[in-house]
Design a protein around this ligand. Sequence first.
Ligand SMILES: Nc1ncnc2c1ncn2[C@@H]1O[C@H](COP(=O)(O)OP(=O)(O)O)[C@@H](O)[C@H]1O
Ligand SMILES: [Mg+2]
Length: 302
Amino acid sequence: MDGMTRRRGESGAHPARRFRMTARNQPVGTSADGPAELVVSEVTVRFAGLTALDAVSFTVAPGSVHALIGPNGAGKSTCFNVLSGVCRAASGSVRFGGVELTCLRPHRVAALGVARTFQNIALSPHLTVRDNLMLGRHRLTRAGFVSAGLRLPRAGREAVRHGARVAEIAEFAGVRDVLSVPVGLLPYGVRKRVELARALCMEPRLLLLDEPVAGMTGGERREMAALIESVRESLGISILLVEHDMGMVMRIADAVTVLDFGRRIADGPPEEVRRDPEVIRAYLGDYAEGRHGDLGAGGEEA
Ligand SMILES: Nc1ncnc2c1ncn2[C@@H]1O[C@H](COP(=O)(O)OP(=O)(O)O)[C@@H](O)[C@H]1O
Ligand SMILES: [Mg+2]
């Protein structure tokens, strides 16, 4: 286990840093809607004979951190792909704030306020952090590329406002000092924070995080966990989190859904889920090999 010892509810970030930011300050081109409920109902996805998701259902409460866990191949990434419009479900429904998402293209899903980060970093390594974050604001840009390219006054004013919000988000995510640095030159842990910052630049109502602390050191994990908690606490954004680090999941998640071979085998508060015999069985092999740490670690006894 990575030795994180903060308890749930002990708000405040890592002692070395406080992540604070106001919710979006009237960003350009977004609706004023707050967090909305995500309802996944009986979603099934098949790939050439393999059922990657088998009638999976769960609900992400507004403003909560909801973890989606399960062994490799359980269907977690497939589920994210359905939620973000990248993958079509064979059946079932996904409603976000009452709007059906399963028939929408990825850019339409993003426009509803669903932002995701990818398991493998998808930033542009040659661009600076600032430029990568500005790309995250693309969906909010009214002036569009043509007027921006022509340097029309309106585009100029918009760019200033977006630039100010990008700086604010960079500060919040602890990457303001590296705004002018090309992403490819940054250490891995910092790049992952830039990726989260870029998702925040879309002013989302729901953030989908696919393994945000994979490959990080203990210190980087603590910082990222604190940042995720701050996103929920100070921005009120709902977060759906796929993560292998059980200590982190058990500590920061309000609810946990467990998948195994495409089926939902448990769903509920972390303290309940980690005692579920079927969950323990699904994970036993991995724990025996020391790949996931201890299911109980990081919980209230930590
Ligand atoms: N594009 C695809 N084509 C065929 N099979 C896929 C595809 N994507 C995922 N799968 C299969 O679906 C199952 C679930 O995969 P995935 O959602 O990536 O699992 P997880 O993210 O939980 O590790 C796996 O058996 C995987 O091999
Ligand atoms: Mg995956």
